[in-house]
Design a protein around this ligand. Structure first.
Ligand code: AMP
Length: 182
């Protein structure tokens, strides 16, 4: 079956060819989608980053926010390609100054993410990136947190969306750009 994604079959197939499935990681029953082979391949990584910038347009956003930790890799590359800055959305307790935080449900328990309270200027257009969109809980919390911090969401891109988890339903008020959908 042809690979599918929001930036066409070629990019979707490229990403699909650079993902390793790791069964039962980090716990039994989860298939971990390891994108390190994509990050490690210079030509493929460049093509994918350029695809994200092309989708949103070089002038379509003012800053890029990456979700810890693999999102940082993507965010920094996109920011460099577009000539913008990059803002890390971090796990609780990592940022040194005053923060805003959002707590969200995980399969078991909960997690919190944080940004510096002064990370965004009012109305700054923020492109948010991450590696994998699973249930959408992390994305929902992150997008809301950025808005509370004064940013305006210019777009949300992921390399891989796990469609069977229905994150788009949860994010129905958001535009999701997924380069590969499985
Ligand atoms: P979720 O909040 O369920 O959408 O989970 C998204 C976050 O968890 C992202 O930051 C992903 O990096 C990570 N994640 C969730 N499921 C997987 C998976 N099967 N493989 C790799 N990363 C995952």
């Amino acid at each position: 079956m042809a690979a599918k994604g929001d930036s066409g079959e070629k990019l979707a197939a490229l990403i699909a060819s650079r993902i390793l499935d790791v069964p039962d990681f980090p716990k039994p029953g989860i298939v971990f989608k390891d994108l390190m082979p994509l990050f490690a391949d210079g030509a493929a990584f460049t093509e994918v980053i350029d695809g994200i910038v092309a989708h949103h347009g070089r002038t379509g956003f003012d800053v890029v926010a990456g979700i810890e930790a693999r999102g940082f890799v993507i965010a920094a590359a996109v920011a460099y390609a577009a000539g913008t800055g990059v803002i890390p959305v971090r796990k609780a307790g990592k940022l040194p100054r005053a923060t805003l935080s959002a707590t969200y449900a995980l399969e078991y328990g909960e997690a919190s993410i944080e940004v510096h309270a002064d990370a965004f200027t009012a109305g700054q257009r923020v492109l948010v990136v991450d590696d994998v969109l699973a249930t959408g809980g992390t994305a929902e919390a992150t997008l809301g947190l950025i808005e509370r911090a004064g940013g305006s969401i210019a777009g949300f891109s992921v390399l891989l969306e796990l469609e069977f988890l229905n994150a788009r339903q949860r994010l129905s008020n958001r535009q999701v750009h997924a380069l590969l959908k499985v």
